[in-house]
Design a protein around this ligand. Structure first.
Ligand code: COA
Length: 184
């Protein structure tokens, strides 16, 4: 029996923190830890955790920040780092966590949400996000890493939450979308 729970970052127990670290280590063994720390340096506000009986088997990290794009204020949400223990994959756990995460971001007044999923390297995740309504941006995005360097990347997907209009504006513009500090 799978249970999905929302836990604010400040309420995470030590046991939950250790469990999340271990899951992320297993699921993102292909990511260079130094690169990860330099790019994903922002504080999250909550986690969506998935339990199989009483065992932690999934985690999704939630972010939120105020941004300006092309002179327009917006609230940007992030539902990132989805990971599920290998033995329970393909049962809809990540899909459930994403749906819950997007619901929370909507309640948090986020206009749009975005995440990165390489369509080739992370095909399962990419397809999953697509089914939920995320669309791939054709342009590169930019973000500031922990050292203050501006980096560029492709593979960013956006989904409208409270504003379809802001979503369309971001997707159809020819300007580079800047995340701000941290690629989440
Ligand atoms: C990506 C990841 C989080 C997906 O987790 P998951 O719980 O297996 O995802 P879901 O079960 O919701 O969906 C995955 C697949 O299972 C299928 N599925 C969903 N519910 C199902 C069900 N009840 N029965 C059978 N299949 C189901 C989905 O259709 C989907 O099929 P696809 O592989 O053809 O796309 C997991 O593979 C993972 O942790 N990967 C490593 C880390 C990673 O790459 N994270 C993404 C970062 S962008």
């Amino acid at each position: 029996m799978i249970k999905i729970v929302l836990v604010p970052e400040i309420e995470l127990s030590d046991q939950q923190k250790l469990g999340v670290e271990e899951l992320e280590r297993q699921c993102f063994s292909d990511v260079d830890p130094k690169e990860g720390e330099e790019c994903f340096c922002a504080e999250s506000f909550a986690r969506i955790l998935a339990y199989n009986n009483n065992e932690l088997v999934g985690c999704l990290t939630l972010h939120k920040r105020d941004r300006k794009f092309d002179g327009r204020e917006l609230v940007l949400g992030g539902a990132v780092g989805a990971c599920v223990a290998e033995y329970v994959r393909g049962r809809g756990i990540a899909t459930k966590m994403m749906k819950k995460g997007l619901e929370v971001l909507r309640e948090q007044k986020c206009d749009v949400a975005c995440l990165n999923a390489d369509p080739v390297k992370r095909k399962t995740a990419y397809m999953l996000y697509q089914r939920l309504g995320f669309k791939l941006m054709k342009r590169k995005i930019s973000f500031e890493d922990i050292h203050g360097n501006i980096r560029y990347d492709t593979g960013t997907m956006f989904i409208p939450l409270r504003s379809k209009e802001i979503f369309n504006h971001i997707m159809n513009s020819n300007k580079t979308f800047h995340y701000g500090k941290g690629y989440w």
